[in-house]
Design a protein around this ligand. Sequence first.
Ligand SMILES: O=C(O)C(=O)C[C@]1(C(=O)O)C=C[C@@H](O)C=C1
Length: 302
Amino acid sequence: MSRIAYFGPRGTFTEQAARALAPGEELLPVETVRLAMTAVRKGEADAACVPIENSVEGVVPATLDGLSESTPLVAVAETILPVHFSVLTRRGGGEIRTVASHPHALAQVRDWLEANLPDAHPVASSSTSAAAVGVLEGDFDAAVCAPVAVEHYDLEVLATEVADVSDAATRFLLVRRPGELPEPTGADRTSVVAAAANRTGTLAELLTELATRGINLTRLDARPTRSNFGEYRFFIDFEGHVAEPRVLDALTALRRQCRNLRFLGSHPRADGTQTTIESGFGNDDFVEAAGWAAAVRRGDLA
Ligand SMILES: O=C(O)C(=O)C[C@]1(C(=O)O)C=C[C@@H](O)C=C1
């Protein structure tokens, strides 16, 4: 049985994601995204489940930073969960003066809080279920949580299906130490992080390497390198799998442009969207062209 560390404590959306990504495996709740990754790096867990991006609030910075620091980890699977919250309070609790949750969660229920708990003060907690623990312990009066939290914490449900954007969703990754890659499926995502040099056109050069190979981007984010003010790491997700000749060709070109490039994995997309391949950019086109060039090199052209 594998051991899967996840961003906890028990009752987070990430726990739900971990159950979906690793059914039947042993789950290990840890306090932060970073500690979940550290558990994998140290060999205390085989994989970690972490949130990567939300359709309303965007990326989870702790996950991007965790993927670019220390020793490499690669994403081997992902899942997308719809995000509707439950608001939990202490049993028989009185006035609600503070309402706690993960900052990503609070940002997704701002309108609801304004309309329903206008006098409650929002307080950031390390995760949605850490907020539930805080309510139990008397630190806050209400918590905005994943619906499963109520199964773990003896709290009263004040509201369910709370979401300012009704079809909000969060994507989660399962990350491991580098090893065998998942097989390509035709609906895959490849991720890299590049610390590009601070000079004119570097980002444009990297993106051009993908564009000229007909590779569609699915996400682009920047995070500061933390060493020099104004220097960034670019997190680039794109369609395709590194087992495909055109993607491997693009990756090789990115590495040529940027020595500080980290491969973050190729894995099936949770939404099942097939890779769009325009005419002339197919894997067969790349193989045929490479064969032709090799023949030229050998002097074999008829
Ligand atoms: O705290 C949790 O329950 C989490 O799993 C984290 C997280 C996030 O960071 O995006 C996951 C889903 C929701 O969007 C809100 C919080």
